[in-house]
Design a protein around this ligand. Structure first.
Ligand code: ADP
Ligand code: ZN
Length: 637
């Protein structure tokens, strides 16, 4: 390592020197600075970020990269990827270069770092010329610990010159799955980032992503030239997210009840498929007194920006959005993700629900869906312009998702097995675990349903079929003479809700076809005939009486989410104080302190500076900046 003789060792780099000017500086001795990377990483973790321990495999990663190795980091959302490059950047000489695809992501991380006293900057097109020039100077002069830039800037020759005049400690490529042409976050510039290997030999490089599938991983390694990088990964299980998927009957009422009973005052996302539904749902929730904002690609950029900003900066905001709202939402305290429409695939489900509970606290992934949703998704795929091969793949992916929706066993086991992971025991935190599903041999019911479809000529929709089955002599039934069919009334013993559930399950198993372009006409498929001929058994879930019971149970659980010994009144006041301080400092509340820190305060009730600094998430800078105000409140109780 080249360093001028006698130069100060990390006293004013890494933000630590400046940070501890009037606290106690952990100035490294010469020997410490050169060796003991793990020890120094642990110190930074506590002093700068306020955390007591690494999460697996953070420690191995920061040590490996801190000592100069390349790394490929695959961790689930919320796994704590940021620290994996931030700490090596602080522990090594020079500035850490972070390539990030979105300005919002960069700005968010930079403000969080600055709150912790780290000298970080993002250079991007949103800055005026003077500011970006100033940051470039700081970079060249080694006065930054971390610099965030977009991929196109890294590719510009002018900026490469700036980088060459600087000293880089580590190069991190965040959201590395953007190299993949097949993913929907594809960014062509990412493909060229492999050239950083040539431009900066000897600087450790790392790629980070939460995308789990094999082909994308291989693409990342190849395009970013990380063949020799050590791969770090761990389970993609997110045990703190409770998975629930239920039948849709009155979606608005169901959503409202979910929000009111389980998430009053929480931040969350409601996903909808169409822009029109986004707007209608947001409007309706607002009328019901919930702070809901719409977000979709058809809204003016300014409205989108403002709504996203409000979601990030204020507490208790619900965003109703299409999938246009996604990457870049690094908000750690999203307490729920609700789907009122089906996602496209298991991958999409995981990605979208994964935005809940990054902070590791209990969160809900909640979805309702029905017969119409299945029919709609199928026909959207079938009716698209895509080549047949692609349609086939998309239908397979949809079927895998429907399998997850209709499973009667643990959802998490089924989800993880889709990604090749095995969860030995049922998870205990999904609806099917919490309330075991009864299944029954539904072959006879299925035969009745399908024969109603066959005998009415395969030209009617599901509600007509159900009228016939339940013996409801509507005008349409009478006019068509369907009240004289042998099938008329054969399903009287079950109600309409039950028949709806049966048709939904038949559609999910592809045992009945639906043509959405023709008013949802039902028709028989090859597989339907196997059922009618008695060649195929049809297991069904019996879920008819579920609704009411689930709600009561869940309600009890929701209140149990707060940990033992937390004083709710104090927690509320701590949150108010956090909001006030966030306003004063112009940052989102979660950047002041995460929910976990506030919960610990409300539980442990620190009264001295020392006790306060032991709270998770309280680093030296935050202790200094916010400690007095929080202690004032805590001591008054
Ligand atoms: P990712 O980028 O992998 O989705 P983040 O880096 O945003 O995850 O981290 C998620 C949350 O976990 C953040 O609030 C972060 O501060 C917190 N976190 C990360 N590492 C630790 C740790 N070792 N101890 C406690 N909290 C941590
Ligand atoms: Zn489970």
């Amino acid at each position: 390592m080249k360093r001028p003789e006698g130069a100060a060792v990390r006293t004013d780099r890494s933000g630590i020197g400046g940070l501890f000017q009037d606290a106690s500086p952990p100035a490294w001795t010469e020997s410490e600075a050169q060796g003991d990377v793990p020890g120094r990483c642990r110190k930074i973790l506590k002093n700068v970020f306020g955390y007591d321990s690494f999460r697996p495999p953070q420690e191995e990663i920061v040590t490996h990269v801190g000592e100069g190795g390349d790394a490929f980091v695959l961790l689930p959302t919320g796994g704590g990827k940021s620290l994996c490059f931030q700490i090596p950047a602080l522990v090594r000489e020079g500035t850490g270069l972070v390539v990030s695809p979105l300005i919002a992501l960069m700005d968010d991380q930079v403000s969080a770092l600055r709150e912790n006293g780290v000298r970080a900057a993002a250079i991007h097109s949103g800055l005026d010329a003077k500011t970006s020039w100033r940051y470039e100077r700081e970079l060249e002069e080694g006065r930054l610990d971390l610099v965030y830039v977009a991929p196109e800037r890294v590719l510009s020759e002018r900026f490469q010159e700036v980088l060459k005049r600087s000293s880089l400690s580590v190069i991190a490529i965040d959201e590395a799955h953007c190299v993949s042409q097949w993913g929907h976050d594809f960014r062509p510039e990412y493909v060229q980032l492999g050239l950083l290997a040539e431009l900066f030999p000897g600087v450790p490089r790392m790629a980070l992503t939460a995308t789990a599938d094999g082909p994308t991983r291989r693409e990342i390694v190849e395009k970013l030239r990380l063949m020799d990088a050590k791969v770090f990964t761990r389970s993609f299980n997110r045990p703190n997210i409770r998975l629930r998927i239920g039948p849709k009957d009155e979606p608005r009422r169901q959503l409202l009840r979910f929000l009111r009973e389980e998430h009053a005052g929480d931040s969350g996302i409601v996903y909808r498929l169409s822009r029109a539904d986004v707007e209608k749902t947001a409007e309706w929730l607002s009328k019901e007194g919930i702070r809901a904002l719409p977000y979709h690609a058809g809204l003016p950029a300014e409205t989108r920006r403002r709504n996203q900003e409000t979601f990030l900066r204020e507490e208790g905001v619900v965003v109703v959005a299409t999938i246009a709202f996604g990457m870049g939402i690094d908000k750690p305290d999203v307490r729920f993700v609700a789907h009122l429409d089906l996602p496209k695939s298991v991958e999409a489900y995981v990605q979208e629900t994964g935005r809940a509970g990054r902070d590791g606290l209990p969160s809900n992934a909640w979805m309702v869906y029905g017969f119409q949703d299945i029919a709609m998704m199928r026909s959207m795929i079938q009716g698209s312009e895509a080549p047949e091969e692609r349609k086939r793949v998309e239908l397979q992916k949809l079927n895998a998702l429907l399998g997850l929706c209709e499973t009667a066993s643990c959802r998490r086991q089924s989800l993880l097995s889709y990604f090749g992971e095995t969860l030995e025991e049922p998870c205990g935190n999904c609806d099917t675990c919490l309330e075991p599903q009864q299944t029954f041999d539904g072959t006879e019911a299925a035969q009745k349903a399908l024969s109603a479809v066959a005998r009415t000529g395969q030209v009617f929709g599901v509600s007509h079929a159900i009228d016939v089955l339940t013996g409801e002599a509507t005008e349409k039934v009478r006019l068509n003479g369907h009240d004289r069919l042998p099938t008329f009334g054969v399903g009287k013993d079950l109600g309409k809700t039950a028949w709806n559930a049966i048709f939904r399950q038949l559609a999910a198993q592809d045992l009945v076809g639906v043509d959405m372009s023709r008013y949802g006409r039902l028709h028989l498929t090859e597989r339907s005939w196997e059922v009618l001929k008695g060649q195929r058994k049809v297991p069904l879930r019996s879920e008819v009486v579920r609704e009411g019971r689930t709600a009561r149970k869940e309600k009890r659980k929701a209140s149990a989410i707060l940990g033992a010994g937390i004083d709710p009144g104090l927690l509320k006041d701590l949150k108010l104080l956090r909001t006030a301080l966030a306003k004063e400092h112009g940052v989102p509340p979660y950047i002041v302190f995460g929910d976990r820190s506030l919960q610990e305060m409300a539980q442990q009730h620190p009264r001295t500076e020392l006790e306060f600094s032991q709270i998770s998430g309280v680093g030296a800078m935050k202790a200094k900046r916010y400690g007095p105000r929080f202690l004032e409140l805590l001591r008054s109780r």
